[in-house]
Ligand binder design. Structure first.
Ligand SMILES: [Cu+2]
Length: 210
């Protein structure tokens, strides 16, 4: 790092002049050099646009579903290409990426857990090409919802309460419970039959007497 000031020369100069305030003088010089170094470094970074941050951050693992990858650059960029590739080599991008100022957003729908690689190619505001890549892990707590094969758990029929033969299709006990007769039906039916029989008997006796 060759800045306009050379710290060793300045420190040597300060060391030669041993005044009572030489210590604080050296400290001030060191601070000044540090400040100049920091400023020149920052200026150098601004000269060429680079990647500032990303979401997900590089080399982290995402444990929740995500629908986009976002890249934030140190200056405005034009999007040339952005890809997101899963561990199986398949693209996880679900739509066209877009650049807005210094932020590039790529919609994604990752389906495979594992390392995903983001590769980007931009043109920065000063016309320079800007390319790079980063990776992040994808490990959702629950796997993405499986394709709609398991809809067989839905009840196939709304069986009426009186279609009461226990069919083989009733796979679960819950279905049987739901479709079975209420517990009060049998006693009520039996009671009804007894009453009807009693009425018939009474009527018959009345007829034979009359
Ligand atoms: Cu540049």
């Amino acid at each position: 790092m060759a800045g306009p000031f050379r710290p060793k020369e300045l420190q040597a100069t300060a060391a030669r002049t041993r005044t009572p305030s030489s210590r604080s003088g050296r400290l001030l010089i060191v601070l000044a050099v540090a400040l100049v170094t920091t400023l020149s470094t920052a200026t150098g970074a601004q000269a060429h646009t680079g990647l500032a941050t990303s979401n997900p951050p590089a080399d982290t693992t995402v444990t929740a579903p995500i629908d986009a990858v976002q890249l934030t650059f140190t200056g405005s960029v034009l999007l040339r290409d952005v890809t997101v590739t899963g561990p199986d080599g398949a693209s996880a991008v679900s739509g066209p990426g877009a650049a807005s100022g210094s932020v590039v957003t790529a919609p994604v729908a990752p389906t495979t857990a594992g390392t995903h690689t983001v590769t980007y190619a931009m043109t920065s505001g000063d016309g320079h090409a800007l390319e790079g890549s980063l990776s992040f892990g994808f490990a959702p707590p629950i796997p993405a919802a499986p394709p709609a094969d398991t809809t067989t758990t839905a009840p196939t029929t709304t069986a009426g309460p009186l279609s009461g033969e226990p069919s083989e299709a009733a796979s679960g006990s819950t279905a049987e419970d739901a479709g079975g007769l209420p517990s009060w039906v049998v006693p009520v039916l039996l009671g009804g039959v007894v009453v009807v029989l009693a009425v018939l008997i009474v009527l018959r006796r009345a007829r034979t007497r009359g």
